[in-house]
Design a protein around this ligand. Structure first.
Ligand SMILES: Cc1ncc(COP(=O)(O)O)c(C=O)c1O
Ligand SMILES: N[C@@H](CCCC[NH3+])C(=O)O
Length: 433
């Protein structure tokens, strides 16, 4: 049952991070994290609905001057409750699998009409499900996929609206694992080859060349790479119009980064800069703009609450071992990503401790921070890993047979359990002896 909590003090503008000390204890909006941990256990993901909505609105306001749809990237955080929250604000969705399609259907069926389907490995059952759901746009990533889409559209008696996801060969200035817009990457179709492929698509009545799409990577902090990519796309659209195609959509993808450090960050300014750069690249182009932000909407609205199990010394090194591990938040292990880690009780003194903060998983890569200086913590203390709302829960696994964490959404004065903690029964259910 959702629970009422004391109303938070009124705020005119939510801060970029909804996690703050009140009476020396960390809160998420009005909810006291110590009480949440006592009731729901740890590790525990906690999200602020107010912050999610605020980020979505920032995006919408930044692009208010032109027709657009914000198709939230489901992979960033695919919680049904969060998808529903965004759908109610008129979000569309960027999906990359049949599973994500089902999530949108379950969260808010009418939003299926605002789904764009990306991904290099779409399978027949996924294409059929999306055709039968009458989604907005297939973002096609290869010529072979386009042929399959035409065949499946005919089999399902549907005309498939598609965009080629073009690879603009633009350097995204981000971690190599999450950069996607160079010709050496598996994503998209060489922009130079695109015009001929659109032309060939005209030969079948089962394909509707409705748009062009691009996505150059994730956690991109400068706006220039987005602008460079979209300028190339805009010029391609002009050529496609000359060829007689009725291009109605330009999909600029996602990728706008956030600040994972402790520095002051102004998301409103960041998204305004991004919108200005995209708008400039589009020039006179009037196609309906699709945007696919994930991280910018959800990263800083969420955090991972974990309890210290042990503090140990090995030689000169100190290790803080938490009950969350790399299976609960893999970003540091995968990309050496930085997450701020703060104690649940506001420190009173100035003393510090330098340590590796690590999980219980049997891998040396199971760390959240290395040689991090933080206020001293002891076993049983709670600490919070900030900015874990995006690619946190959605990248969890059961490695080491560890059940996945529970998730809580703080929505105004209501605290909702939106996913219960997994049990041993859940873990073993699919297995056969
Ligand atoms: C096709 C596509 N769209 C949107 C996104 C969302 O990216 P981000 O969360 O960085 O906004 C991704 C992830 O990189 C993606 O692959
Ligand atoms: N999973 C990555 C982002 C990849 C985005 C998906 N294309 C992260 O945690 O930052």
């Amino acid at each position: 049952m959702p629970k009422k909590i004391a109303a938070p003090p009124p705020e005119t503008q939510p801060s970029p991070r909804p996690f703050a000390y009140r009476n020396r204890l960390l809160h998420c909006d009005g909810a006291d994290l110590t009480s949440l941990a006592a009731e729901h256990g740890t590790p525990l993901y906690v999200y602020s609905a107010q912050q999610i909505s605020h980020r979505f609105q920032l995006f919408a306001e930044a692009f208010a001057s032109r027709p657009h749809t914000i198709c939230y990237a489901v992979k960033a955080n695919s919680s049904l409750a969060i998808l529903r929250l965004l759908a109610k604000q008129r979000a569309g969705f960027d999906i990359v699998s049949g599973g994500e399609l089902e999530r949108v259907r379950k969260a808010h069926k009418p939003a299926l009409k605002k789904v764009v389907f990306s991904g290099v490995g779409k399978q027949i059952w996924e294409i059929d499900a999306a055709l039968n759901a009458d989604i907005l746009l297939f973002n096609v990533e290869s010529e072979a996929e386009l042929h399959l889409l035409a065949a499946r559209a005919e089999a399902c008696n549907k005309v498939a609206p598609f965009a080629l996801r073009v690879n603009p060969d633009v350097f995204a200035e981000t971690h190599p694992y999450i950069s996607t817009g160079l010709s050496e990457h598996k994503f998209g179709i060489d922009i130079k080859a695109a015009r001929a492929i659109y032309r060939s698509a005209k030969k079948t009545k089962w394909l509707d060349p409705a748009g062009v799409s691009v996505h150059i990577g994730s956690q991109i902090r400068k706006v220039d790479p987005f602008a460079a990519a979209l300028t190339r796309v805009t010029s391609l659209i002009a050529d496609l119009r000359k060829d007689g195609h009725n291009i109605r959509y330009v999909d600029a993808g996602g990728g706008l980064g956030v600040d994972y450090g402790a520095t002051a960050f102004d998301p409103a300014k960041q998204v305004a800069k991004y919108a200005a750069a995209l708008t400039k690249s589009l020039g006179e182009e009037s196609a309906h703009l699709l945007l696919e932000p994930g991280r910018f909407i959800i990263a800083q609205a969420g955090a991972l609450l974990t309890r210290v199990l042990y503090v140990k010394k090995n030689g000169t090194k100190t290790f803080i071992i938490t009950d969350a591990g790399m299976n609960d938040l893999i970003r540091p292990a995968l990309y050496h990503a930085h997450h701020e880690i703060i104690p649940i009780k506001q420190p009173t003194g100035k003393s510090t401790l330098t340590a590796d903060i690590v999980g219980p998983v049997c891998e040396s890569g199971d760390f959240f921070a290395r040689d991090r200086t933080l206020p001293p913590v002891k076993p049983n203390d709670l600490v919070l890993l900030l900015d874990a709302g995006a690619y946190g829960m959605s990248q969890t696994s059961n490695y080491n047979s560890r059940p996945r964490p529970a998730e809580i959404l703080i929505d105004g004065d209501i605290t909702k359990l939106i996913r219960r903690r997994e049990t041993m029964r859940d873990l073993l259910a699919p297995e056969l002896l």
